[in-house]
Write a protein that binds this ligand. Structure first.
Ligand SMILES: [Zn+2]
Length: 361
């Protein structure tokens, strides 16, 4: 079936759960995404809900998947999209927690729900995880998706789908990094690397919201003003100044309590150098490469604590949505249409962004 015919069909009649086909964005080869028609999912089974997807948030994990990653075990074609918001279109026979029309977001990985980590609410450490949506298994970039109801979280009234779509990955990853791992406290000083990125903008806002002093780095002067406007106390253009030197000056040679990392080799050792004795570095990414060397003497003599952080818990998603509902909203760089998903990825890869890129349906 052609894409054009499929699109025209939907304009004439509203979608229903019995519709035979739906749009899906599928990765067919490295760096090649196609908008195709695929079969709609069946009615949800026991324990499942069917979600009509309304918005998708793009993250670096989408870029990794798009480029092709050696560690990703997956079969192509694969429906892309790791982070989404939508509304309930149907519920399984025994599902009472949701009703048709409820606005929701979904967890971005198929956890088992029964292992020790899952039972303890450490969902991102699930021992039997079935894969990350849009990366290992089919993701959210399609009109309808069936999900286990236990992995679905209600969206507070008044939040847009666009904003809510930033909760499951971007917001909750930062929530998990700052508060579960680095245990950031009010009054502390934090260095946020790449403050103009999707998660960087969230980290600045979350840290300012609890009264921290925020120092952040950006890659051009235009982003300096934008980071300031978000509330960052000090903004450093890392292309024109050495951030390590500036941070040392700003903290009277003491260093920061926490460094928020996701850039990788380009900044990792510099971030460590910026820490005070006993400081904490938390990292969830490495966009500038996979490996670096670190000075082990510096590590133990300075008593640094380094946290690797990946994903978040369902609780972190609820916490993120609550923060949004209280006014801590995501910074949106651009909204693109479903067919322009790949253009959004290219923009994200180029790092010419300030905030999140959202794909709307
Ligand atoms: Zn589990």
């Amino acid at each position: 079936m052609s894409l054009v015919a499929g699109t025209a069909l939907r304009e004439e009649r509203p979608k229903t759960v019995s519709e035979q086909s739906m749009r899906a964005l599928t990765l067919v080869a490295d760096r090649k995404i196609e908008l195709v028609d695929i079969a709609s999912p069946p009615a949800p089974s026991a324990g499942e809900v069917q979600i009509g997807i309304k918005a998708i948030g793009l993250n670096h994990i989408d870029v990794w998947g798009w480029r092709g990653m050696a560690f990703a075990k997956r079969k192509l074609p694969l429906v892309v999209g790791a982070e989404a918001a939508g509304e309930i279109r149907a519920v399984g026979p025994d599902v009472t927690a949701f009703r048709v029309g409820d606005r929701v977001v979904a967890y971005g990985a198929l956890t088992c729900g029964t292992c020790k980590a899952c039972r303890e609410g450490r969902d991102n450490l699930c021992e039997n995880v079935g894969g990350i949506m849009g990366f290992h298994v089919d993701g959210f970039a399609r009109d309808l998706v069936n999900m286990p109801a236990r992995l679905v979280v209600p969206v507070p009234d008044g939040l847009s789908f666009r904003d809510a779509a930033c909760a499951p990955v971007a917001f909750s990853t930062v929530q998990h990094m700052l508060f579960d791992n680095a245990k950031l406290e009010p009054g502390e000083t934090i260095l946020v690397q790449a403050g103009g990125s999707g998660i960087g903008t969230v980290a600045i806002k979350m840290a300012k919201a609890i009264g921290c002093t925020v120092i952040t780095t950006v890659g051009d002067d235009a982003k300096m003003a934008k980071a300031k406007a978000l509330g960052a106390d000090h903004v450093i253009n890392y292309r024109t100044e050495r951030f390590e030197t500036i941070v040392r000056k700003l903290t009277a040679k003491k260093g920061v309590d926490v460094a928020f990392e996701h850039v990788g080799p380009d900044t990792f050792n510099g971030s460590l150098l910026c820490l005070k004795r006993g400081g904490r570095l938390v990292t969830c990414g490495s966009t500038s490469g996979q490996s670096t060397t670190i000075n082990l003497f510096q590590l133990f003599l300075q008593q640094y604590r380094i946290f690797g952080s990946f994903g978040a818990s369902l609780r972190n998603i609820r916490e993120s949505l609550a923060k949004m509902a209280s006014g801590l909203l995501p910074v949106i760089d651009t909204e693109v249409a479903l067919a322009d998903f790949e253009r959004g990825l290219a923009r994200l890869e180029s790092r010419q962004v300030f905030g999140k890129i959202i794909v709307t349906f």
